[in-house]
Write a protein that binds this ligand. Structure first.
Ligand code: ADP
Length: 264
C-alpha cells in the first residue's frame, strides 16, 4: 500500500513538472514569435525607406538639395540596419560563449564622456540634458569598446523612455574598496514591479511599439558579467529608472616615463 501511495505521489509530481515544462515551452515559443515579428518590423522599416529613396533618386529630376536629403536618409537608415544586425550577431556570440574581450585599463570618466558625445544629438532632439558626475581617477579593467556599448545602450534606453525637457545623470563613484558603481539615472516613464524582473530577459519588451529588439539589456548584462561585474535595475513606474553597473576597479596605468631633456 505504501509503495502504491509513493507512486501516486511521484506520478502527481511528474504530472505537475510536465505541466510546468509545457507552460514554459509555450511561453518561450511565444517570446520567440514576438521577437520574430518585432525584428521583422525593425528590419523592414529602414529597408522600406532605403528602397523608397533609392527608387526616387534613380528616377531622377531632383534638385541637389532633395538629392542630398535622400542620400543622407539612405545613409542613416543603412547605419540603423547595420546596428540591428550587429546586435543580433553580438547576442548570438554571447549565447555561444564566443565573445572575446580586448582587456585594458579604462578611464571611466573618458568612457562616459565618449558615450555622451555619441548620443548628444539624439538627446538634443528631446531637449534632454545629459549630466556627468564622475570621480576623475576611477579606472576599471575591461574592454573599452564593449563597455562603451553597454553604456550607449543604457543611455539610449534612458533617452527613449524619458520625457522631453528632462535630465539624465551619468554618475561614477567608488562602490567599495575594489569596485566602482557606474549609474545611468532617468526620470522617465519607469518600469512596473511586475515587468522589472523580466526586462533583462532576451527579447522582452514592455511595449513592442517602442521599437528595438528587446536584446539590449540582455546583451549589456552578459557583457558586464563577462567583466566580472553586476548590472542592477531600480525603477518606479511614472518616476524613472536607474541602472547601476558594478565593475572591479584597477590602478591606472603608470604614467609614461618623461622624455629625457635634450642637452643644448
Ligand atoms: P529594447 O530597448 O531594444 O526594447 P532592451 O533590452 O534594452 O531592449 O530593453 C527592454 C525593455 O525594457 C524595453 O523595451 C523597455 O520596455 C524597458 N526599459 C529599458 N530601459 C528602460 C528605461 N530606462 N525606462 C523605462 N523602460 C525601460
Amino acid at each position: 500500500m505504501r509503495i502504491k501511495g509513493d507512486y501516486k505521489y511521484e506520478i502527481g509530481d511528474l504530472a505537475s513538472t510536465l505541466n510546468y515544462m509545457a507552460q514554459e515551452i509555450v511561453r518561450s515559443n511565444q517570446i520567440k514569435d514576438d521577437f520574430i515579428s518585432s525584428i521583422s518590423h525593425e528590419l523592414r522599416t529602414p529597408l522600406t525607406s532605403i528602397k523608397g529613396w533609392s527608387e526616387t533618386l534613380v528616377s531622377g529630376g531632383y534638385d541637389p538639395e532633395e538629392t542630398k536629403l535622400g542620400m543622407s536618409i539612405i545613409s542613416k537608415e543603412s547605419d540603423r540596419l547595420i546596428g540591428l544586425v550587429e546586435e543580433i550577431l553580438d547576442f548570438s556570440k554571447l549565447q555561444q560563449n564566443e565573445m572575446k574581450l580586448n582587456i585594458g585599463v579604462v578611464n571611466v570618466k573618458v568612457l562616459l564622456q565618449e558615450t555622451i558625445l555619441n548620443v548628444w544629438a539624439k538627446a538634443e532632439k528631446k531637449r534632454i540634458r545629459l549630466l556627468l558626475e564622475c570621480d576623475e581617477q576611477l579606472h576599471v579593467k575591461g574592454d573599452a569598446n564593449r563597455l562603451k556599448q553597454v553604456f550607449l545602450n543604457l543611455v539610449d534606453n534612458a533617452i527613449k523612455f524619458s520625457h522631453e525637457d528632462s535630465s539624465i545623470v551619468l554618475s561614477a563613484l567608488p562602490h567599495n574598496s575594489h569596485e566602482a558603481a557606474i549609474a545611468v539615472r532617468d526620470s522617465g516613464i519607469g518600469i512596473s514591479e511586475s515587468h522589472l524582473e523580466r526586462v533583462r530577459d532576451r527579447f522582452f519588451q514592455v511595449d513592442a511599439l517602442n521599437g528595438g529588439t528587446g536584446l539590449g539589456l540582455a546583451i549589456s548584462q552578459q557583457l558586464v558579467e563577462l567583466h566580472n561585474g553586476k548590472l542592477m535595475l531600480d525603477s518606479e513606474l511614472g518616476s524613472g529608472t536607474q541602472v547601476t553597473v558594478i565593475l572591479p576597479v584597477t590602478d591606472r596605468l603608470p604614467d609614461a616615463e618623461p622624455a629625457p631633456e635634450l642637452q643644448p
